[in-house]
Design a binder for this molecule. Structure first.
Ligand SMILES: [Cu+2]
Length: 429
């Protein structure tokens, strides 16, 4: 029960609070954010670090480093044009919540001690920007993808999609100087008015105040994930043969003047005041078509999801409640006769890119009872209905719920909605 409104709880009314208590069964770097409307993209987010072993050594943990895009109007204001005219050019970007704009603002800065090595926990918390992240003159060793430790590999830069995390280790391999740290929007799928200015500074002297004069590593602009062959989980697990399979064509269309996204011809809408787990609590078994419930009833049964698009826009596909196995990811449509699934220790994570005009095949066992959202992590697309939900092991869910909190949260929400005449105007997630 991870706090998604319309799925696992009612939204938290203004002035109310909710406390989440959970047992961490994994370790590594992740983040939390509001799932109500577009609040996350106005800054209702933060990092989560769960300590545990790493697959490579380092001297110092610098913690979470957020990469964001940014709009000068609120995301809610911008949404009004996004849903009628398509995704807008965003105004700027932020490194850990800060950047310059003209003569205003300040850059993120950090100081390295020559010879030391630093762990940085990257989070792409952008609403609609895929970044390449790099630090000039410094290579990196990548040790985790989302919450999954991987066999370390080295690179000059890393591609990080919306919602994804990477843990990297950077050696302070220079002896002095100032170096740009860059989050570069990939123009293949992202538009940003300050694309070359989303930068921070790595210094070797705390007293230096000069801007770096260093150059970026060369790269080719793309919105592709890191290669499957590089994302090798340190704990080797093989995927099992499927027992069930679902195929979801991703399409976009208009409902009146508004863009809506569809998976298998359904654009997602769930109700803030009637979350899925409340329906389960009330023993309801027929869900609305628009709430796009996929029921997984058999414990530990393997399911494969085939997600395909014929449009050129790539999408970061995120599943709550699971690390899925990436069985295939590529361009063109999926066919079992032309695409070979990788079942031997494939990458596991919780966000993967569906390539433009391409396919993504993910698989996972039904080993986590609950109601779990799957959605595109582009904020506009989530609100425009690019989502579905799993009801995983229905009969076990009620026993895992905290009814008192569910009911009191919903009661406070209902009171607020009737007092303020609040109307749900998006997908509810
Ligand atoms: Cu999308």
């Amino acid at each position: 029960m991870d706090g998604v409104p319309s799925i696992t709880q009612c939204p938290v009314a203004p002035g109310e609070s909710i406390t989440y208590t959970w047992r961490a069964t994994q370790y590594g770097s992740t983040w939390y954010h509001s799932h109500f409307s577009l609040q996350a993209w106005d800054g209702v987010l933060g990092g989560i670090v769960i300590n545990g072993p790493a697959t490579s050594n380092y001297d110092e943990d610098l913690g979470v480093l957020f990469l964001n895009d940014w709009t000068h109007n609120t995301a809610d204001q911008v949404y009004l044009s996004a849903e009628t005219s398509g995704p807008p050019t965003l105004d700027n970007g932020l490194i850990n919540g800060t950047n310059t704009y003209g003569s205003l603002g300040n850059r993120f800065e950090t100081t390295f001690t020559a010879g030391n090595s630093y762990r940085i926990r990257l989070v792409n918390a952008a609403i609609d920007t895929m970044f390449k992240f790099m630090i000039d003159n410094h290579t990196m060793t990548i040790i985790a993808a989302d919450l999954v430790p991987i066999v370390p590999y080295t690179a000059d830069y890393i591609s990080i999609g919306m919602g994804q995390r990477y843990d990297i280790i950077v050696n302070a391999s220079e002896s002095s100087g100032d170096y740009w740290l860059r989050a570069i929007p990939q123009t293949t799928c992202s538009d940003n008015a300050e694309a070359s200015n989303i930068k921070g500074i790595v210094r070797y002297s705390t007293t230096s105040t000069s801007d770096p004069t260093t150059s970026a590593y060369s790269y080719s602009d793309s919105c592709d994930d890191e290669l499957i062959s590089n994302l090798v989980p340190y704990l080797s697990l093989d995927a099992s043969s499927e027992v069930a399979e679902d195929d979801f064509a991703v399409t976009v269309g208009r409902s009146g003047s508004l863009f809506k996204w569809y998976m298998a011809a359904t654009t997602f809408v769930a109700e803030w005041d009637n979350p899925t787990v409340l329906q389960i609590y009330n023993n309801e078994t027929s869900f609305t078509t628009a709430s796009h419930v996929i029921e997984l009833d058999t414990a530990d049964e393997w399911v494969y999801f085939i997600i395909e698009t014929t449009a050129t826009v790539p999408h970061p596909i995120h599943l709550h409640g699971h690390d899925f196995y990436i069985l295939a990811q590529g361009t063109g449509s999926y066919s079992s006769s032309t695409v070979t699934l990788g079942l031997t220790n494939p990458p596991r994570r919780d966000v993967a890119m569906l390539p433009g005009s391409g396919h993504l095949v993910i698989g996972f066992p039904a080993d986590n009872p609950g109601a779990w959202l799957m959605h595109c992590h582009i904020g506009w697309h989530t609100s425009e209905g690019f989502a579905l939900q799993l009801v995983e092991r229905y009969s076990e869910i009620a026993g895992l719920m905290d009814f008192d909190t569910l009911n009191s949260t919903c009661a406070a929400w209902d009171t607020y909605v009737s007092a303020e005449s609040i109307v749900e105007d998006d997908s509810g997630v």
